[in-house]
Design a protein around this ligand. Sequence first.
Ligand code: NAD
Ligand code: IPM
Ligand code: MN
Length: 356
Amino acid sequence: MKKNILIVPGDGIGQEVTEVGKNVLIKIAEKFGHEFSYDDALMGHVAIEATGNPLPDETLTKMRASDAILFGAVGHPKYDNDPTAKVRPEQGLLRMRKELGLYANLRPIKLFDELLGASSIKPEILKGSDILFFRELTGDIYFGEKGRKNDNNTAYDIAEYSRYEVERIGRKAFEAARTRSKKLCSVDKANVLETSRLWREVIQALAPEYPDIQVEHQFVDSAAMMLIKDPRRFDVVVTANLFGDILTDEASQIAGSMGMLASASIGDSTGVYEPIHGSAHDITGKGIANPLASVLSAALLLDISFGLKEESDAIIAAVDKLLKDGFRTRDIADSTTAADKLLNTETAGIELLKRI
Ligand code: NAD
Ligand code: IPM
Ligand code: MN
């Protein structure tokens, strides 16, 4: 298969982990006889430094022309610590999602058995957890009108959803539930928010079209609690942009670390595959970031954008083998991890390639 893949490392550890993700794609192409070509592009802080724009036109043009995008992360302490900055790396990310129509963000929370001890949650609560989040990605409070008033003394962000926006992400989640355990949990705050009441109304209206799916509605505060109390009660979860952002960082602890969670953003055109974590300034440059979220994002890319299930499974199997062989980066290591099995980003990449 001939495909062109755009690599957008972004900032901080995005650059470190995406290199490993790319190397895995190169190895897979070699092993399975595919012709993947690669180009790269700037986004985030590095793009602001080079062009003044977090998502330069050149990057967007390359994105539209590619068959799939492997993305790292954006962000820099310079902006995090300056709430008045007008141009920010994250604006590039949000604009990319909007421009490419990436309304569905799939975030699988899959616990590798070998990492049962890596989480702060008890193993007997965790074992067998496997959740697929559908986070709506181009609406909600992220994209509504925002601003200041009262002489800069009041700020507002408007949350907005249309029926159409809820319906299209809802359908994706119902369809996914069909291929899994036929259970769907829709998470909202319909006891308070009007957007959530519309959300619940739309999901309820869709339900009769999927009579084989058992639908449950849960409030976000209680869902946040239940995720930790009893993660196995969840299978497919569908929720709004902001709730999905927060719940999936929380759910990363079910999988052991933020460094293990991949995501797929899909919609109207080219799919974007990225770890759910950010640019992690606290560990940037130390070479210790866990690259597996990027590697697993590459696996999602092959499966979802190219339909290469066998190749995707080969990556997941290699990750499983790496962990079974006792190798760990620091974020997933514990007291039983042998010193010679402790990996940094680069050695994790090397060990992984040997197992593909
Ligand atoms: P973060 O996800 O970058 O880091 C949170 C914590 O998890 C940190 O302690 C970090 O060291 C750890 N961590 C994250 N990824 C890891 C990995 N692969 N291996 C080991 N440890 C890992 O979140 P943050 O610190 O709140 O945000 C930092 C910056 O990233 C901010 O500027 C934020 O806006 C940005 N951000 C970007 C994205 C994105 O581009 N998709 C996502 C989240 C945050
Ligand atoms: C994510 C991030 C982004 C989000 C930020 C950086 C805009 O946290 O991809 O999860 O909130 O969507
Ligand atoms: Mn997030």
